[in-house]
Structures are given as structure tokens and as C-alpha cells.
Design a protein around this ligand. Structure first.
Ligand SMILES: [Zn+2]
Ligand SMILES: [Zn+2]
Length: 353
């Protein structure tokens, strides 16, 4: 293990080199533990471990694979603790790379699992009947976006995320202070990436644990969909704006590497979405009566859209739709009521005299 107070240089170098960063002590009694994400380009999730009176508390736990579990157990051993010392795990959001190992952790150690109320509701929504209803809701949604059949079908594989019967032990809301002696961790509701995404702010130690709300290099996926907020991008932009008003802490994200300048990064992400909104509005203007899918194919992506897997294409069309919803809420574009819906600029004809 490495004891360091640098600004994430080792994590940054590991990211660039394509390797796993070391377990690091970031502050006395606070460690970052990289937990691998097999077959995922993000490669690892950063789990944060805090020494508390009677053991350890974690922020996020990693993906539910054997390799991830072993890395978590070994990483905790590196901090001088044992996995059985874990008493508490606060989950930033319900994505499998953050929550996945939580049931196994609770079963092994008795740790209490804490999350935002909105994520707790989604976690309870996993009976077979719920999943059947979700499959149909997703199909209807994607057909409405004009997605081709292989993209519509790709959704089925991602729906069953957790075993039925899982539940949260502690429900957190915006402003809740976590019951972790020695730390002053406050839950900051940052909806957008998911409805109940939480960041955690420790004003005493000048730290913001940002989860997937803010990463140093990439912009997190903001998607429309039946299990998302009706206006996810609008909510995300509000969350970013609220982040600019927090103390300008060191940011400890869930992926990539930690960095300084929470406010600056939030403004960069807002500017990114602004540019994207302009590009999508211009595409609607150039190609009136387009579906969300046709607009998705027409705009630029970091890789050509036809080289992406159907699952990533599905994320892309949902991200486009999130932008279309913002433009529609601003009154700039409108859709017809067809299936699929077709988008055009809002008419601004001047009245006849
Ligand atoms: Zn996520
Ligand atoms: Zn993530």
C-alpha cells in the first residue's frame, strides 16, 4: 500500500498506462481501493474505505464477480483491516459496478447497506413480474425512439440486475449526515446519471466523493428511459450547477482518478452538454421529421455509431433522447404523436397582418 497526499498522480499514471492503480492512503484513516470491472473499458471502480471506531465503512463496493470480491478483500487487507471489519457501505447509485457486491458483503460481514430513497425503491422493484413489466416498458420506449430491432432487443439482457428481495438497510436523503464516527460525511443528492445518485461531502476533510456524477475525463451517461427521471438531463444540469456552489474540494470519483477543482469540472460538463444540445438542435433543423434514432445516427460520437454494440447504441439513442427532452422543454423543438415520434423545430411563423 502507498501512503500519499499527492493529487492522484499515481492513479492518473495507472489510468494512462492501462494498469490498476495501487491501494492508497489518501488521508489518515481513509483509503482508495481499486476493484476491477472485468470486460469493461472503465477497468475499475474506486472503493473508498474509512476507519471508524469499530471497523471500516465503505463508499461503493464493486461489481459482483469473484475477481472483484477478491480484489476488495485483498485491498482491505492492505489497509491493515479484514473484510469482516466492514460495518457500513454507502452506495452512490444502483449500477452494478457500484452496488453489485453489496448483498455478498452484507451476508459475509453483516454490514448495513445505505443508499438514496430513489435507489432503494428501484432495488425493491425486481420481482419476476416487475422485470416482465420492465421488459415491455423498455420495448415500447425504444420503438417510440425509432430504434432498430437489434437495439430494441439488446435491452432484454440488461434488465435482470439483482436478485429479488434485496433491500436497503439505511435510506439516505439530501443533507443526511452519515452515522460514521470520526467523519463528517453528508449525502448530496445529485440526480441525473440515476434518479437517486448521491455524492458525499466531507467539509472537515475538504473531500467530495463524486461517484459517477463527475469523473475527470469522460462525461457520465445521462439517458432517458422508463426507469429514469422524466427529464434526466435537465436534472443533471441542475445537479452540476449545485456542485459549483459546494466548497471547491478535492474530488474522489468512482472511476479514473481523483482531481482538484469540483466547480471547474462541473462547468466543463455543463459546457459539454450545451454544445451537444446545439448540435442536436441543428440536426433537427437540418433533418426535420427525424426520429431520435435518426438524429443519433446523424450526430458525432467518440466512435462511429455503426461500430458500437447494440447495447451501446441503445445508450446512445437514450442519451440523444435526454437532450431532445431538454430542447422540447425549452420550446425549441417538438415531436409529433407518432410511433416512432418525429422531431422538428417549433414553428415561429410571424402572424399574417
Ligand atoms: Zn453509474
Ligand atoms: Zn460507474
Amino acid at each position: 500500500m502507498i501512503v500519499t497526499d499527492d493529487l492522484g498522480i499515481l492513479q492518473r499514471e495507472a489510468w494512462a498506462a492501462g494498469t490498476l492503480p495501487p491501494v492508497e492512503q489518501i488521508r489518515p484513516g481513509l483509503w482508495s481501493i481499486p476493484v476491477p470491472m472485468p470486460r469493461n473499458p472503465l477497468r475499475y471502480v474506486l472503493v473508498y474505505a474509512f476507519a471508524i471506531d469499530d471497523g471500516l465503512a465503505l463508499i461503493d463496493v464493486g461489481m459482483d464477480t469473484e475477481e472483484s470480491w477478491n480484489a476488495l478483500v485483498d485491498g482491505i487487507a492492505d489497509t491493515g483491516h479484514h473484510i469482516s471489519d466492514v460495518r457500513y457501505a454507502a452506495i452512490t447509485h444502483l449500477h452494478p459496478d457500484h452496488f453489485g457486491l453489496a448483498p455478498r458483503l452484507r451476508e459475509t460481514t453483516g454490514a448495513a447497506i445505505a443508499m438514496h430513497a430513489a435507489e432503494a425503491v428501484a432495488l425493491g422493484h425486481q420481482t419476476p413480474a416487475d422485470v416482465d413489466a420492465d421488459v415491455e416498458a423498455w420495448r415500447v420506449d425504444l420503438v417510440g425512439l425509432g430504434a432498430p430491432p437489434e437495439v430494441v432487443e439488446a435491452e432484454r439482457f440488461a434488465l435482470v440486475r439483482f436478485a429479488p428481495g434485496e433491500s436497503a438497510d439505511v435510506v439516505l436523503n439530501h443533507g443526511t449526515t452519515l452515522d460514521l464516527p470520526g467523519w463528517n460525511l453528508e449525502a448530496v443528492w445529485t440526480p441525473g446519471h440515476t434518479p437517486g445518485h448521491l455524492a458525499f461531502l466531507d467539509r472537515d476533510h475538504d473531500l467530495l466523493f463524486s461517484g459517477d456524477h463527475m469523473l475527470p475525463r469522460i462525461s457520465p451517461n445521462i439517458s432517458s428511459g422508463p426507469d429514469e427521471l422524466p427529464d434526466p438531463l435537465h436534472r443533471y444540469l441542475l445537479s452540476l450547477h449545485a456542485t459549483t456552489r459546494l466548497p471547491d474540494c478535492e474530488v474522489l470519483p468512482a472511476h479514473e482518478y481523483r482531481f482538484r477543482g469540483a466547480g471547474e469540472r462541473a462547468r466543463q460538463l455543463m459546457a459539454h452538454h450545451d454544445a451537444r444540445l446545439t448540435e442536436i438542435r441543428d440536426t433537427v433543423e437540418a433533418r426535420p421529421e427525424s426520429t431520435a434514432w435518426e438524429i443519433t445516427v446523424a450526430v458525432t460520437w467518440s466512435r462511429p455509431i455503426d461500430t458500437l454494440s447494440p447495447r451501446l447504441q441503445r445508450l446512445a439513442v437514450r442519451e440523444t433522447q435526454a437532450h431532445l427532452i431538454v430542447l422540447a422543454d425549452r420550446g425549441e423543438i417538438r415531436s409529433d404523436s407518432g410511433i416512432p415520434a418525429r422531431w422538428s423545430l417549433t414553428r415561429t411563423d410571424t402572424k399574417e397582418k
